[in-house]
Design a protein around this ligand. Sequence first.
Ligand code: PLP
Length: 441
Amino acid sequence: MTSTRRERAPAVARRAGPPSRSLTAVSQPSLPGPIPADRPARGFSTRAIHAGSEPDPATGAVITPIYATSTYAQDGVGGLRTGLGVGYEYSRSGNPTRTALEECLASLESPDGAPARAFAFASGLAAEDAVLRSLLRPGDHLVLGDDAYGGTYRLISRVAGPWGVEHTATDLTDLDAVRAAVRPGSTRLLWVETPTNPLLGIADLAALAGIAHDAGALLVVDNTFATPYLQTPLAHGADVVVHSTTKYCGGHSDVVGGAVVVGHGADAPWADGVGAVPGDVATRIGFHQNAMGAVAGPFDAWLVQRGLKTLSVRMERHCDNAERVVAFLAGHPRVTAVLYPGLPGHPGHEVARRQMRRFGGMVSFRLAGGEEDALAVCKRTEVFTLAESLGGVESLIEHPGRMTHASVAGSALEVPDDLVRLSVGIEDVDDLLADLDRALS
Ligand SMILES: Cc1ncc(COP(=O)(O)O)c(C=O)c1O
């Protein structure tokens, strides 16, 4: 599309389902409807494999094709094609491969079939940016955790900040501190990661939802570490979920992507006038997704959806391997602390047991020998690759202070310099343990 004059109001009504779903509903949003009372919700793995991806009506292709097209032929001016891919006119506004991914993510994050809406972005930070710009305006305030992902903090403090959005970073495990940080009338979002990156802190989602809602704010949860397989924040009162799908959702370290999932009925009445679009939270995010344009391309959307199909089996294996790694590290004389919410001694263990299926594949630990020792261990592993990112099938090791979290050095979010973070992959666990043993010797 070359002329902005020709762009019609890009709202929910222009998004449509994949070809197999919306053949009669040209202008209807593609929402997964509530599950009828007489039909139980399908299990997680079934939805991960089938939601959003029914066989292609034109060819029977079992896997959603990569619709590598920027535009769509129209049956007359203003008449979108109704035979295949109903409702599509331009791939920033909508693309069937992206829609398939969005339907799958919405289904996986929806508690009890309550229809959530999902939006796929070019990266996790693009997804977060869309949330901030859709819902906040100058003078608004948000509260976030004091060990949030460094890139999230950078976005909030150094991009949203200069535009007039204020923030307070606080310890989200201390509910009184959170209550004290909230400014009634101007705090609009409570931004939560659980487990956190890289300190594996656990926040009580139900309690934080209560605090946010009492203040008229929304609870936004970054569910990247847990994934919807281990935790569904909307079921605990969250209003919006964000993901770096780069991580476990994609699962193979071959794509960068992000997503926003909006819970059914989430509203942000204070945002009227922001972004020039009225409506509920999903409408606002949908508007900004198109208006700002940081969308997931069809190749990337396809890769993430392929990853989702195996999410449950991968997460089980990540958890199995992480538990063995934790047991090994906990008994090692050079390790002073192992941070893993599955450990009974972890301060968030009971909360994690309540809101998570298992405890995930991320493990951090601290070394008696300080930063020098931490850097040396990172250098010596062979199966654990020294690299940023996480959540892929291969095991990774990194030094957060010098790598992923270098951008928060000197801030309230600075991480200890003796800390090492592992993304425990799904290789043979004995090889992982031998690798760590060698590196720590
Ligand atoms: C918890 C968390 N949220 C968000 C992001 C940002 O995602 P992306 O790198 O896909 O932009 C990351 C990246 O590491 C992350 O770990």
